[in-house]
Design a protein around this ligand. Structure first.
Ligand code: BES
Ligand code: MN
Ligand code: ZN
Length: 495
């Protein structure tokens, strides 16, 4: 989808469809009122007749008889002004997309300022509308055979803002387009099945991302390199797989070399069977999404690169399968991590932390400003928080609060869980420095407790995205979260 700015007054719109907002009860936006006057009260007559109350998400498409304006007018309801909020803002955009996809219009003109939402400025409205519209055209169809049906729907969106707001709006659109591109990449990688999206495939995609871009550098460690670095924990997970593990490092350089980078570490389990602690069959296919943390690192780096932000970012992706096999790791096995700490693996299905701990030890070598790991780490996270926010835990309140604020800025919510010392006791092992599981209680927290033992030397936050990285059921598919959150956090480091 393409986006362009416009500065005309509403009655002079020239597009295939002009969107006009209506709030309850039956109140036209300022622009709508101008179109109404230049059409002899035609719109207000329609409202009066009772065809358009202005209820949230209600739409009415007028396809002819509008003098001097666009080919069509779409009236879209915003509900009561007092009830408008961020979620309803998204519903309004959603309704516009639905109505226009069903119509013959291929381009449209919208005026984000007309969606009445207190506490959010024009930049926010323009960016959020652009992001939602851009994401709405995402499809994953490359693995379906047969003729692709000709794509209907919107190709171009004109975003109408006052001339004085042009610079700010252009910046907002640029950010949204970059974030949307990052989310699409992240969703594509997540949606690909594990027989295609292997650790080797991810390494190839990293090189692909960096190809022809001077600000990106990729380095891939092979299993022999990991052995050399004594990453016994990571290697214990890949032991049962025919697919070789890869440790992918992607460096984005947008600032002076001396500037400390934000380091993102993404869990890249391309398929999680549970290993010898085999998972039950129910919905096991969804464990192809167990690399969505890694995918979000790809997506964020894509967005940051597209914007050429003046910051340094390093993405680290431990990529492996978790499979059962004759030489797979057994429950009770004890391994030595790169940090030197020993781990008793009581459950091979708690593999995410086993690969992350070595990647987090490795991360220190980049002298990070902060390290954020992103992982589909625990089913317990879905029990605790459902599928609305991701969980955040960490060792630095400023970092955690910065992430929470970023999530609020771009509607990609996270919620903090406590990382109190009391929980550390649950990881006690009789035979090693720690166990890799902490029992049924507070599973998300004890997983973070495990990681905290490897992140003492820098500011660190952990995002558990088990509930937010993908959707199940009819809408099954990767969401692209938390690319918006991570990109916003990095944007905030610039300003
Ligand atoms: N990838 C899973 C977590 C997961 C499960 C995310 C279901 C989303 C949906 C992770 O590797 C895992 O298996 N975790 C175990 C940990 C347990 C053995 C301590 C879990 O959550 O059951
Ligand atoms: Mn697992
Ligand atoms: Zn897993």
């Amino acid at each position: 989808m393409e986006f362009a700015l416009k500065h005309n007054t509403a009655e002079k719109a020239r597009s295939a469809c002009q969107v006009i907002t209506v709030t309850q009860p039956r109140k036209l936006s300022a622009g709508g009122q101008r179109v109404d006057s230049s059409n002899k009260g035609m719109l207000s007559a329609i409202l009066k007749r009772g065809d358009m109350e202005g209820k949230l998400g209600q739409t009415l498409l007028l396809t002819s008889g509008i003098a001097g304006a666009a080919q069509r007018v779409l009236l879209v309801g915003c509900g009561k002004e007092s009830e408008m909020n961020e979620r309803n803002f998204a519903r309004v955009i959603d309704a516009i997309v639905k109505a226009l996809t069903a119509s013959g219009a291929r381009d449209t003109e919208i005026c984000p300022a007309d969606i009445p939402l207190k506490g959010r400025d024009l930049s926010w409205k323009v960016r959020q509308a652009t992001l939602l519209l851009g994401n709405s055209e995402y499809r994953f169809e490359r693995l379906k055979s047969g003729k692709k049906a000709a794509r209907k729907g919107l190709r171009k969106v004109y975003v109408n803002v006052a001339r004085g707001e042009a610079a700010r709006a252009a910046k907002a659109i640029g950010e949204a387009v970059a974030i949307s591109a990052g989310m699409s990449l992240s969703r594509d990688l997540g949606n690909l099945p594990a027989n295609i999206c292997t650790p080797t495939y991810l390494a190839k995609q990293a090189r692909e991302l960096a190809r022809g871009d001077k600000s990106l550098r990729v380095n891939v460690l092979e299993e022999a390199d990991m052995k050399h670095l004594k990453m016994g924990s990571l290697l214990s997970v890949s032991a049962g797989s025919r697919q070789p593990a890869k440790l992918i490092a992607i460096k984005y350089r947008g600032a002076a070399a001396a500037e400390q980078p934000v380091v993102l570490v993404g869990k890249g389990v391309t398929f999680d069977t549970g290993g010898i602690s085999l998972k039950p069959g129910q919905a096991m296919d969804e464990m192809k999404f167990d690399m969505c943390g890694a995918a979000s690192v790809f997506g964020t780096l894509k967005a940051v690169t597209q914007m050429q932000l003046p910051v340094n970012v390093v993405g680290i992706i431990p990529a492996t399968e978790n499979m059962p096999d004759g030489i797979a790791t057994r429950p009770g096995d004890i391994v030595t991590s790169m940090s030197g700490q020993t781990i008793e693996i009581l459950n091979t299905d708690a593999e995410g932390r086993l690969i992350l701990c070595d990647a987090l030890t490795y991360a220190a070598k980049f002298k990070p400003r902060c390290v954020i790991d992103i992982a589909t780490l625990t089913g317990a996270c879905i029990i605790a928080l459902g599928k609305v926010p991701s969980a955040v835990l960490g060792n630095n309140p400023a970092l955690i609060n910065g992430l929470i604020k970023s999530g609020q800025q771009i509607e990609d919510k996270i919620w903090e869980l406590p990382l109190w010392d009391e929980y550390q006791d649950q990881l006690k092992s009789n035979f090693a420095d720690m166990a890799n599981i902490g029992g049924r209680d507070a599973g998300t927290i004890t997983a973070a407790c495990f990681l905290s033992r490897f992140t003492k030397d820098y500011k660190w936050a952990h995002l558990d995205i088990a509930g937010t990285a993908w959707k199940s059921g009819e809408d099954k598919g990767a969401t692209g979260r938390p690319v918006p959150l991570l990109t916003q956090y990095i944007l905030n480091q610039v300003k």
